[in-house]
Write a protein that binds this ligand. Structure first.
Ligand code: HSE
Length: 439
């Protein structure tokens, strides 16, 4: 039903920068959902100007020519725009676009997690100084409203932990390795063929995209921006099909997780790496390109968010929700809120300090005493073994030896691994993966 046009309906004037996959989906959805959004927010959300490098693109999407400009600086300087939506990506022009827009008194909406991870502290300080909103629902997990859940739905909670599958490409690759028995490189080729992986696939498979998103979630949960150089990031390149097979035998699935948590000492850990998780945990059944985030709050307990983390429409759903948040209060304005200024500011643990359970895969010569030698090294570092798998082998041949280990500090595990590597019967560098039990 069309919303009756009232002369009193406020109009929120928006500048849209970028008409790529997400920008064009935002344009499309602001058009197709115009009446619905007006009913829900009491404001007309009107795109007054669109910055697009290639005018042909605007034509294809149906953006009227008189709204377009080839230069995003025109948007930033346009005094009639209340909001600028940054969807050009990258960290140079996008940084200038956002900072100058805020300084020029505009609210800004962005999906740019790489930019927030790198310059979040500065950009949010600029937003606060100018009392403008910098909203970023689309920056983590696409269409899943995880930012709003953390900022609003769970505001009464101290966040105890966040475990996220927040890169669809990596989850697709691991799903195909698990279900179709593909090796990593074949699963990556398939992900590329289907158009899932970023143009620079290193962003996905080396864990950087997940780390950018983890930094955003950590800033929301713990009030400070973890420098990317201090955020432990390990991607999928070293994952072998056999590790997925052994993990399954042991009752675990393998996922690329962003792990963000604190413990009783108040220090925070933020890390990204392939992780064994019990098959019984709900995250283990998240497959394909889907994302999921499990958040544990001290008041609410466990909450779970699941959905599509990428793609034009899911991401547009998040961008439009930010616009609607501004529109719902327009022309009055809500107080702008910082991200990363909370009194909760805590110390970041180094990787050596983290405590985890581990999966350890060795290639050993099957001869008497090898297991005892390995167990002795582990015991000397107070690391207990919780289970062992060794496929049947002929005496004297090499065979994998898989050990599940009890909780140990990473520093001890690393020291034990270097010592185990010197045992004569150990024939290849040991492979270790961390395990989360969600206790
Ligand atoms: N390349 C990302 C993914 C989507 O595969 O999830 C954008 O963040």
């Amino acid at each position: 039903m069309a919303v009756p046009v009232s002369t009193n309906t406020p109009i929120l004037r928006v500048g849209l920068a970028g008409l790529g996959t997400v920008g064009s989906a935002v344009w499309k959805r602001l058009t197709s959902q115009k009446d619905l959004l007006q009913q829900r927010t009491g404001t007309e959300i009107r795109v007054d100007q669109v910055a697009v490098r290639n005018p042909k693109r605007a034509k294809e999407i149906g953006v009227p020519e008189n709204l377009t400009t080839a230069d995003w600086r025109t948007l930033v300087a346009n005094p009639d725009l209340e909001v600028v939506v940054e969807l050009i990506g990258g960290t140079t022009d996008a940084f200038e676009l956002i900072k100058t827009s805020l300084q020029n008194g505009k609210h800004v909406i962005t999906a740019n997690k790489a930019l927030l991870a790198e310059h979040g502290a500065e950009l949010f300080a600029t937003a606060l100084k100018n009392q403008r909103h910098l909203l970023f629902e689309a920056s983590v997990a696409g269409g899943i409203p995880i930012i709003r859940a953390l900022r609003e739905g769970l505001v009464a909670n101290r966040i105890l932990s966040i475990h996220g599958i927040i890169n669809g490409t990596c989850n697709y690759i691991l799903t195909r390795m698990n279900e179709a028995g593909l090796e990593f490189k074949d699963a990556l080729a398939e992900a590329k063929e289907k158009g899932y992986a970023e143009a620079d696939d290193s962003l996905d498979v080396d864990g950087h995209d997940t780390a950018h998103k983890a930094a955003v979630l950590a800033a929301l949960a713990y009030g400070f921006w973890v420098p990317q150089g201090e955020l432990y990031t390990e991607g999928l390149r070293a994952v072998e099909k056999q590790d997925i097979v052994y993990a399954r035998k042991l009752g675990y699935g393998l996922k690329l997780l962003a792990i963000i948590k604190t413990d009783s000492d108040g220090a925070v850990e933020v890390r990204v790496h392939p992780t064994l998780i019990p098959q019984s945990n709900v995250l283990a059944s998240v497959s394909g390109v889907f994302n999921a985030v499990l958040v544990r709050g001290d008041v609410v307990g466990d909450t779970l968010y699941y959905g599509r983390g990428a793609g034009g429409d899911p991401t547009a759903s998040a961008v439009v929700s930010d616009l609607a948040q501004i529109a719902a209060h327009f022309p009055q304005e809500q107080k702008a809120r910082n991200v990363g200024h909370e009194a909760l500011h805590s110390r970041l643990k180094t990787m050596d300090e983290i405590v985890s359970r581990y999966y350890l895969r060795l290639l050993v010569v099957d001869r008497p005493g090898v297991l005892a030698d390995v167990a002795r090294v582990l015991a000397s570092r107070q690391i207990g073994i919780s289970s062992v798998i060794q496929p049947e082998a002929h005496a004297g041949e090499t065979t994998p030896l898989i050990l599940m280990l009890h909780d140990a500090p990473e520093s001890q595990l690393k020291a034990a691994i270097s010592e185990i590597s010197t045992i004569g019967a150990v024939k290849a560098p040991p492979v270790h993966l961390r395990v989360e039990d969600f206790e």
